[in-house]
Design a binder for this molecule. Structure first.
Ligand SMILES: [Zn+2]
Length: 265
């Protein structure tokens, strides 16, 4: 167990991968398709309406299991940097070719809106963010990648399911962007997408994984909420009520669902 614990810690500190670390050589979880990301039984009426409206109007996003490993970089934003004080992080947003139905500018807007939110990482006055376009210096890149390309960029256990951060690469798995996870069925897909952005960018800012503080509490944004909530409630924000919110450092030994095989229609 000691060895295994060390591996977990090493994975959390060095790779900052969001799936299970290389120490988890246990058999893969049984193949369970995540249920649909909407669950009328637990969605408040207004959210259910919003979800239904989005489903009716949004273009379906499709993608192969393995994209072209070639990228469309979104143009720079015209807004001033988000945040009022602190170090400026310049970032690029890149969408892998082969992902259909999501314009890079639209994905970039979702990332930018999340990073600029008053409940986001800028709230503490330590960080600011500005999206730059192709050919400009940057501090990190937010990739939207197909599962196989995700594995190459993350260079971790290659689970094809989770997202990750590896060095200057914040890698969001398009499978999760499109399908979400069962634990966020009640919160909704837009909330899970905010979580993906804030969690992986949180790694880029130097944060490691955290644990659920207690039954019924909000999950810290650095908890691996993709794999399990452990009694906490879904939460995409590092400053949910305007104050920094954390749990104890640590990771859970959650099983990762089977890798995503693409969504072509
Ligand atoms: Zn993580």
């Amino acid at each position: 167990m000691a060895n295994r614990a060390r591996l977990w810690i090493a994975a959390a500190l060095t790779l900052a991968a969001c799936g299970t670390g290389p120490g988890n050589a246990a058999p893969a979880a049984p193949p369970v398709e995540p249920p649909a990301v909407t669950s009328p039984a637990v969605i408040p009426a207004q959210k259910a309406t919003e979800a239904a409206t989005e489903a009716a109007t949004a273009t379906p996003i499709t993608y192969p299991a393995q994209g072209k490993d070639a990228w469309l970089i979104a143009p720079a934003e015209s807004d001033p940097p988000a945040g009022h004080a602190g170090r400026l992080f310049r970032y690029r947003v890149a969408v892998e070719k082969g992902i259909v139905g999501l314009a890079p500018a639209d994905f970039a807007k979702a990332v930018q809106t999340t990073l600029a939110d008053p409940h986001g990482w800028t709230a503490g006055g330590r960080w600011r963010f500005q999206r730059v376009g192709p050919g400009r210096p940057y501090d990190f890149t937010v990739y939207l990648a197909t599962p196989v390309t995700r594995d190459r960029l993350c260079d971790d256990n290659g689970d094809g399911y989770t997202s990750c951060r590896n060095g200057k690469s914040v890698v969001l798995n398009v499978a999760r962007w499109v399908k979400g996870v069962p634990g966020f069925a009640g919160a909704g897909l837009p909330v899970y997408r905010q979580y993906m952005v804030n969690h992986e960018v949180g790694h880029r800012l130097g944060n490691g994984h955290e644990l659920c503080p207690g039954q019924g509490d909000l999950a810290p944004v650095m908890q691996q909420q993709t794999l399990g909530l452990h009694g906490c409630r879904p939460n995409p924000w590092p400053y949910p009520d305007g104050h920094s919110y954390h749990g104890r450092s640590g990771v859970y030994d959650d099983k990762t669902p089977r890798r995503d095989e693409g969504k072509l229609s």
